[in-house]
Design a protein around this ligand. Structure first.
Ligand code: NAI
Length: 480
């Protein structure tokens, strides 16, 4: 029986391996992690991540050909194929701080693989890594190999959180990069035969190592760029009276452009976009391409602009101060159908409002109070380290309360900020909410999900990103 081991039981390692186990009953899959609590959760009824459909997949294979364990060395020793899906945070100190990828966790995983291996192995980069990481990993493995042969493959993951299981069942493509040597090509074929058990062959793309590594960074940069492009347009729409939804629909019907990823919002978040673009920027700078670096940097600058623009709108509309006013925050996750808060725009918006001394009452159907408090008190980029290396008891932000109901969050509030597009926020009883709020009552829709006209009829003053402004808002320009 072929044995696969995946180092890193996170948002990528857990779901991808569960789907491989489901689709390949003849392969034994072990997912290992240094975090004891994470592995315990994978072995319990309360999985460590929320992802539609994941529970069913895990339940049908766990204990049969899918195992979660902290015995990293044993499973690496036994495996024929070792996936590495560990954190690759942005460096916070030293050379490349604030941009370059920190490969500490990757390097320690590679050294461990070299240490414990007694048979030839295929080592697969699943984490998103800088171009040429495979070369560094190869060096670590071969210099410590004691005669064992390793083949390095790059197999970046393209799943999107919230639709991870659907994406893994029906990926647009699977990408496998390897060395163009007979051994490299053989390793590519071996991994290809795993995916071929459920993915049509023509959708399994094979390339050289560097193309596969760079394609992942490029894909994320292109996706984030679409969001920043439409968000940049949203500011112009507000200034001119155009409606960004009409503009993006008209633009997206051009088949060369396409309709996806053109929703204006308070900004993109998630663990990957910013981190991967910063990494891309750094690689461009290191390769003497400052113009290319500047071009991609702008995607992040517009995202930051969009978040601060939103905060300015809130504060300016409410007579230029939110000091001691209760503001309800509906949604904290970076998008709907996930409990993931990494780099969520809600962090920056909340911090902006706290900077103006607001009292925040936050509700998200999938995010815990502990997580929200952590996120609001953590230093930039600290989130992307294994959980047991993060501060254990973060300081509580006093002006923040976390509640388990949208009606509780909005009671006596002066304003509501909708920061995640959860479906349930579309169908709240806004009449009831209005009656229980301070007047004038404001709704700032950072995701364009509510029917602004209906809310205006109830009596709300409504701000929708990129839509023609209420007379009230026109009179209160949000200048930083
Ligand atoms: P995560 O933080 O959820 O999981 C990483 C896991 O690796 C943690 O549980 C950590 O404890 C473990 N770990 C770190 N060092 C280890 C070691 N030496 N031995 C054993 N376990 C170790 O991260 P996530 O989101 O799964 O991301 C992993 C990689 O995949 C990153 O490079 C990310 O950029 C990339 N990626 C993430 C996507 C996403 O949607 N989250 C999508 C595609 C790629």
């Amino acid at each position: 029986m072929v044995k696969i081991c995946c180092i890193g039981a996170g948002y990528v390692g857990g779901p991808t391996m569960a789907v491989i186990a489901l689709k390949c009953p003849s392969i034994e899959v072990a997912v290992v992690d240094i975090s004891i609590s994470r592995i315990a959760a994978w072995n319990s009824d309360q999985l460590p991540i929320y992802e539609p459909g994941l529970d069913d997949v895990v339940k049908s294979c766990r204990g049969k050909n899918l195992f979660f364990s902290t015995d990293v060395e044993k499973h690496v020793f036994e495996a024929d194929i070792v996936f590495v899906s560990v954190n690759t945070p942005t460096k916070t100190q030293g050379l490349g701080a604030g941009k370059a990828a920190d490969l500490t966790y990757w390097e320690s995983a590679a050294r461990m693989i070299a240490d414990v291996s007694k048979s030839d192995k295929i080592v697969v980069e699943k984490s998103t890594v800088p171009v040429k990481t495979a070369e560094a990993i190869e060096k670590i493995l071969t210099h410590n190999s004691k005669g064992i042969k390793f083949q390095i493959l790059s197999n970046p993951e393209f799943l999107a959180e919230g639709t991870a299981i659907r994406d893994l069942f029906n990926p647009d493509r699977v990408l496998i990069g390897g060395r163009e040597t007979p051994e490299g090509l053989k390793a590519v074929e071996t991994l290809k035969s795993v995916y071929a058990q459920w993915v049509p062959e023509e959708q399994i793309l094979t390339t050289n190592l560097w193309s596969a590594e760079l394609s992942k960074l490029a894909a994320n940069a292109f996706l984030a760029q679409r969001i920043s492009s439409v968000n940049a347009m949203s500011a112009l729409c507000e200034a001119t009276g155009a409606n960004v939804q009409q503009v993006s629909f008209a633009v997206g019907t051009d088949s060369r452009i396409g309709p996806k990823f053109l929703n204006a919002s308070v900004g993109f978040g998630g663990s990957c976009f910013q981190k991967d673009i910063l990494n891309l920027v750094y690689i461009c700078e290191c390769n003497g391409l400052p113009e290319v670096a500047e071009y991609w940097k702008q995607v992040i600058k517009i995202n930051d602009y969009q978040k601060s623009r939103f905060v300015n709108r809130v504060v300016a509309s409410m007579f230029n101060t939110v000091s001691n006013k209760k503001i309800a925050i509906l949604g904290f996750a970076f998008k709907k159908d996930t409990g993931d808060t990494r780099e969520t725009p809600a962090i920056d918006v909340c911090q902006g409002l706290l900077g103006d001394k607001a009292n925040l009452s936050i509700f998200d159907p999938q995010v815990t109070e502990d997580q929200i408090q952590r996120d609001l008190s953590m230093n930039k980029f600290d989130w992307d380290h294994p959980i047991h290396l993060q501060p254990t008891s973060p300081t509580t932000v006093k002006k923040v309360s976390v509640v388990w109901d949208a009606y509780e969050a909005t009671k006596d509030a002066h304003g509501i900020c909708i920061l995640t597009e959860w479906d349930e926020f579309k169908n709240l009883d806004y009449q009831r909410i209005y009656e229980n709020m301070q007047k004038p009552a404001f709704v700032f829709d950072g995701r364009n999900i509510v029917d602004a006209e209906k809310l205006r009829e109830i009596g709300f003053i409504v701000y929708s990103i990129g839509k023609p402004l209420d007379a009230w808002l026109k009179d209160m320009p949000a200048v930083a």
